[in-house]
Design a protein around this ligand. Structure first.
Ligand code: SAM
Length: 235
């Protein structure tokens, strides 16, 4: 992958960045995403924020190498501290981290989200926690995608601030309100695999001398939700 050939995962993320956006890519690593969008003139401005020096330096050389220094600004900063009001950022992308870390970055940097109309988030795990943060902080989930790439399955969550609170059920937080509507083969593969692993764990811990009854009950309850989502009562 490079700035000219985005992975399927990053290309899906990119497809939700509005044309002409002023975006911040937080945890940008090589800055592939903002560089790709700037090279194809799909964005008007970007901040590439990175907290670790090595990846930040990669981003700097990527941006310089493509003559993009006027459009893409690399910043060595923690989370949303990479953004200043004069950047007039309207779209924030956070991709390739755990959902809990993404929620923490959003929580810590809330003051920088004024004026941001769209969040494009791609958690590697912990999607339910991230959706819960969005719900608690008055975001509406506008779209979701699930893509498979190199033996991994990724969810992309697009959210926008809402004047009215949105309530999602635990079921929707777990599986994604939009993903539940369309499901499809990647969704099915993800949750079938999850159910298989959970059943293996349950079988193992049922052998313990002191069986953790409450934990097993909670896991079985989750398995029942998976069965419901898969329209399949054999889980
Ligand atoms: N966003 C790119 C992608 O999706 O391909 C890179 C993902 S890479 C796995 C995660 C990056 O996020 C790493 O470069 C890491 O240093 C950076 N990161 C982690 N926590 C961060 C934070 N609090 N602020 C800025 N960057 C962070």
């Amino acid at each position: 992958m490079d700035e000219k050939h985005l992975s399927k995962r990053l290309a899906t993320v990119a497809s939700y960045v509005p044309a002409g956006a002023r975006m911040a890519d937080i945890g940008s690593d090589h800055a592939y995403l903002p560089a790709a969008l700037a090279l194809t003139k799909q964005i008007s401005y970007a901040v590439a924020g990175e907290v670790v020096k090595g990846p930040y330096e990669n981003a700097v050389s990527e941006i310089r190498g493509h003559g993009l220094t006027d459009v893409v600004k690399p910043r060595l900063a923690d989370g949303l501290d990479a953004i200043t009001p004069s950047d007039r950022i309207d779209t924030v992308v956070i991709a390739g981290m755990g959902g809990t870390l993404i929620a923490e970055i959003l929580e810590r940097g809330k003051q920088h989200l004024t004026g941001v109309h769209r969040l494009v988030l791609q958690p590697n795990v912990g999607e339910a926690r991230l959706r819960r943060w969005l719900m608690t902080n008055r975001y509406q989930i506008m779209a979701e995608q699930i893509v498979g790439e190199d033996d991994h399955i990724y969810e992309i969550i697009v959210a926008e601030p809402s004047p009215v609170p949105f309530k999602y059920s635990d079921y929707e937080l777990m599986f994604g309100p939009h993903l539940l509507e369309k499901k499809g083969p990647v969704f099915t593969a993800k949750w079938q695999d999850y159910a298989k692993r959970q059943r293996g764990i349950i079988a193992q811990i049922e052998q313990a001398q002191q069986v953790p009854v409450t934990r097993i009950a909670a896991m079985k309850q989750q398995l029942a939700l998976v069965a419901e989502a898969l329209d399949d009562d054999k889980n």
